[in-house]
Design a protein around this ligand. Structure first.
Ligand code: SF4
Ligand code: SF4
Ligand code: SF4
Length: 260
């Protein structure tokens, strides 16, 4: 069974404790300035948006069939059986195709760092694997963010709409979008008002990736070789620089007066 998050904006009070818990979980800074930032970034994996007295969360949707993973040439992004879409930085070669492919503009890049990574919510994959709920669901004081089995949460979301049709937009965002996601959203105001696109295909996006790739058979291996080469050269430089630092540390005299 696949896990998921259900966010019900009608019971959210905008306290942003989910933002703070996410930052703590992921070792990210969080203060008043970060709390005031209105968008996801490489140091803010989830954001609680406010419009008048309404709220809406944004985070990685952890798609059932993620476009980000389908375009990654080295398999740095991967959907796990439990639901989270994880990222392995040791595999990443920095091509950033995932950022282009994501229909929700989620992955961000550490542009200012020497060894940049792609950054995004990974649905607290380690916690989920250990049988825990996500940090944002655990902290939520109203139950607006709830963790559980996707099938159960889907049934609960449908019941909430059925029981209070005037309170909700008659749509569970994430039920079918791009083939379904592991984050489900309920709202009393149209999702478009918070920047969500509601005209997304119901087909999994990787289908389109594969269709495009099968028509350009020569480009793919060539592109992979070029990108792989760039990745190898970059990592090789880092290895050489690291070895040089090591030598300097253990034989400092060799670097004082040039070669002997
Ligand atoms: S929302 Fe974007 S980054 Fe997250 S799993 Fe889906 S395609 Fe990947
Ligand atoms: S699931 Fe985890 S990583 Fe994702 S927003 Fe919640 S706390 Fe952050
Ligand atoms: S912790 Fe819960 S109530 Fe507070 S902003 Fe996040 S989702 Fe809303």
């Amino acid at each position: 069974m696949s896990k998921a998050l259900l966010y019900d904006a009608t019971v959210c009070i905008g306290c942003k404790q989910c933002e703070q818990a996410c930052a703590t979980k992921n070792g990210l800074p969080y203060d008043d300035a970060v709390a005031a930032e209105p968008a996801q970034s490489e140091h803010k994996f989830t954001v609680v948006m406010t419009k008048n007295d309404k709220f809406m969360r944004r985070l990685c949707m952890n798609c059932a069939e993620p476009a980000c993973a389908s375009v990654c040439p080295v398999g740095a992004l991967r959907k796990t059986a439990l639901g989270p879409v994880i990222y392995e930085e040791s595999r990443c070669m920095g091509c950033r195709y995932c950022m282009v492919a994501c229909p929700f503009s989620v992955p961000k890049y550490e542009w200012g760092k020497l060894t940049p990574r792609v950054r995004k919510c990974t649905m607290c994959a380690d916690r989920v694997a250990a049988g825990q709920q996500t940090a944002c669901a655990e902290i939520c004081p109203t139950g607006a963010t709830k963790f559980g089995e996707r099938d159960d949460l889907m049934a609960e979301a449908q019941k909430r709409i059925r029981d209070n049709p005037s309170q909700y937009v008659n749509h569970i965002f994430g039920q079918t979008e791009v083939g379904g996601t592991s984050v489900l959203l309920l709202s009393s105001v149209p999702f478009e008002e918070f920047g969500y696109h509601t005209n997304l295909t119901q087909d999994p996006l990787p289908m389109y990736t594969y269709r495009v790739l099968q028509h350009i058979p020569d480009f793919v291996p060539l592109g992979g070789m070029v990108l792989g080469g760039i990745w190898w050269i970059t990592h090789r430089r880092e290895e050489v620089a690291g070895a040089e630092r090591h030598v300097t540390a253990i034989r400092p005299d060799e670097n004082k007066g040039g070669k002997r």
